[in-house]
Design a binder for this molecule. Sequence first.
Ligand code: NAD
Length: 530
Amino acid sequence: MSPNTTNLSPFRNEPFTDFSSPENKRAMHEALERARAELGQTYDLIISGSAVRTSTTFHSVNPANPSEVIGIHYAADAEQANEAVDAAQRAFSLWKKVSVAERVALLVRAANLIRQRHFDFCAWLTLEVGKNWAEADADVGETIDFIEFYAREALRLDAATTPIQYPGERNLLRYVPLGVGTVIPPWNFPLAIMAGMTAASIVSGNTVVLKPSPDAPTIAARFLALMEEAGLPDGVVNLVQGGPEVGRALVEHPQIRFIAFTGSKKVGLEIHERAARTQPGQHFLKRTILELGGKDTIIVDADGDLDAAVDGVTASAFGFNGQKCSACSRVIVESSIYDTFCDRLKERVEKLTIGTPADNFQTGPVINEVARKRVLDYIAIGKSEGKLLTGGSAIETAAGGYYIAPTVFIDVSPTARLAQEEVFGPVLAVIRSENFDDALAIANNTEYGLTGALYSGSREKLDRARDEFHVGNLYFNRKCTGAMVGAHPFGGFNMSGTDSKAGGPEYLTLFTQAKSIAEKRGSVSDVSGD
Ligand code: NAD
């Protein structure tokens, strides 16, 4: 490895791709063709850099066309989980001694390779999880951003000093790695979140066992192959595929020092509890970095820009079919504009185009049959709790994709299930508020606290919301999705997680432990500065 990290340019977010350009359109079509030519391949588990196969396989499929197999993957169980932890443990003894500059150089090479294959990764995201082109592009861009940002953060942390030099001493603060961790990502940002948590772990000197979501295993397998191409040493990232069983084995493993998890509240709470139980042979407190679900709210105040609010709510609620932790699933509208807002929203939502992500429709399928059923169950609940404004049913297609019409319920009570529980699909509840105080009280009435937004033309109300709207990511006069690395460090309050602020300046401290070292000045003659 030839580290050349001293002259890294300042971090800049990756630009979005303009798909209205014929050149980019053609590039995306070609990438989809290349991906289609490779569908249905079998991918190995990777432990200590070697391919591992088991007696069981599972398929990942295209949610727009479930008969299309995207990848076939060997399913790991506790045996492979244990082997992978052992491999990561062996690799840790070497990786922790590799200079920060070399670890950073690995990340920079990986980011460059992803840049070169930007359209290919977009195509795999479109086919495996059903992202339309813009959503896939944002996922790939965020992946590069996380990797480039954490590379620079690792250098910054490596140069950290104590705030004070105590008289007569030389004081140092070194951020050292934790050890072996497990990275357990969700399926909905299967490249950005998976790669982001992995990059943060390894650039900090840790080694990991990566267990991707069984709904997006191919993207993770292809990412790991790219990391190997970038020069990842054997055992630094080990890949095991499977569901809850292998996830539990990793979380409970006595040598797993930290768990970087992003996913549902239910699973996050289970991990929190399991990780707290000390296992025989365990000699540290496990650290959990848990980013969970949301019930994200947009407040539309009577003095806000109504057109912008209708657009922002529609984009936040139905972008990627509401399958974002940050998706708006409740909008609170002041009584005086409520009817107008509802009329405009109905008109706007009914203009959304629905169809296959590969053909770049605005909305597409939900991820799988379980999700389809869950969302339809919530629609049934909505029909008893509110008034259906638009949507409200599944859409059948010849290919059997998991489509559900963008659905809006109005007149939903602030305490209804539809106003309190995460749906994670294209369903929006509209709630009426009497005034701004009422709106803020409703906005804060769930167990979550991830994202929120306010549309208002009043500086006073924005200031009040800044202080009183209790969420980890708050936006004014814009949508509540689309956090940018560096500008919007991301993480939620309350049951939305441990507020780790991915893409923020403290993130890498979660993957390290700080060692404070004090040396008496003059005690050894060769100490620099004496
Ligand atoms: P999920 O909780 O079902 O699964 C997440 C991961 O955990 C998967 O890899 C899964 O295989 C694994 N897993 C499942 N059961 C496990 C267990 N018992 N022990 C260990 N691992 C286990 O979530 P999902 O459906 O993949 O993703 C959607 C959820 O993620 C939503 O709730 C969404 O809000 C949340 N999410 C949060 C953020 C955030 O930053 N806060 C970002 C994206 C998604």
